[in-house]
Ligand binder design. Structure first.
Ligand code: C5P
Length: 220
């Protein structure tokens, strides 16, 4: 039941989170940041002092994972149990560990089911769902499927700008490392058949939103 999905994939620093959120607000749709589920699980494993690169540990943590994730683009609180991890999951320590967690196939299957259920049960007419494998695995039958890309230098520069004060070269290195491990699991650097590419390299934020809205209007 993929008709409620607006599927948007892309690499880190492509701007997909801020763009997807803005598009959802503009259209009165829900917004689901699937990366935050993987981040929250990585946070949870780290919080237990356990190894995020051990599949067995990660599977065990995922099987009893009390995650709360909403679809309101203006209310982005993420809870693990009753702990508010909204800020903590953006920590570079979590970013560095998240690929290990996301690599475990059973974990992916489990969170994908949760995403499909969240969207199906929501009262929104549609939900902008962003991640790495939404257009290909989570909702390959979605009416709107977009790959948001940007040149690697541009993505690194945007990410460095977000994390003011941090060393830009270190940010770029961490981002490329994460993209390399992530793209070994799912290909989000090339568009699958039927997926529309929006390249934001030469676009500013409002122009990127417009480009995505244009694709949605054309298809829907
Ligand atoms: O989108 P974001 O950068 O917050 O995603 C965090 C991590 O979650 C990614 O680096 C990737 O390892 C994982 N992820 C994934 N599949 C998705 C979304 C995120 O594997 N659909």
């Amino acid at each position: 039941d993929a008709h409620k999905f607006i599927a948007i994939d892309g690499p880190a620093g492509s701007g997909k989170s801020s763009v997807s959120k803005a598009v959802a607000r503009t259209l009165g749709f829900g917004y689901l940041d699937t990366g935050s589920a993987y981040r929250a699980l990585a946070w949870h494993v780290l919080d237990q002092g356990a190894d995020t690169d051990d599949p067995e540990t990660v599977r065990a943590a995922a099987s009893a994972f009390p995650l709360t994730l909403g679809l309101d683009p203006d209310e982005r609180t993420v809870l693990v149990g009753d702990v508010d991890v909204t800020e903590a999951i953006r920590d570079p320590r979590v970013s560095g560990a998240v690929s290990g967690v996301a690599r475990v196939p059973e974990v992916r299957a489990q969170v994908n089911e949760m995403f499909r259920r969240l969207v199906a049960e929501s009262s929104y007419p549609a939900v902008v769902v962003e991640g790495r494998d939404i257009t290909t695995v989570v909702a390959p039958d979605a009416p709107v499927r977009i790959l948001l890309t940007a040149a690697p230098e541009v993505r690194a520069a945007r990410r460095a700008g977000e994390l003011a004060g941090e060393n830009a070269a270190a940010v770029a290195a961490a981002l490329h490392k994460r993209d390399a491990s992530d793209s070994a699991v799912v290909d989000f650097l090339n568009a699958a058949e039927g997926v529309e590419v929006v390249d934001s390299t030469e676009l500013d934020f409002p122009q990127t939103i417009d480009a995505v809205l244009t694709v949605i209007e054309r298809i829907q």
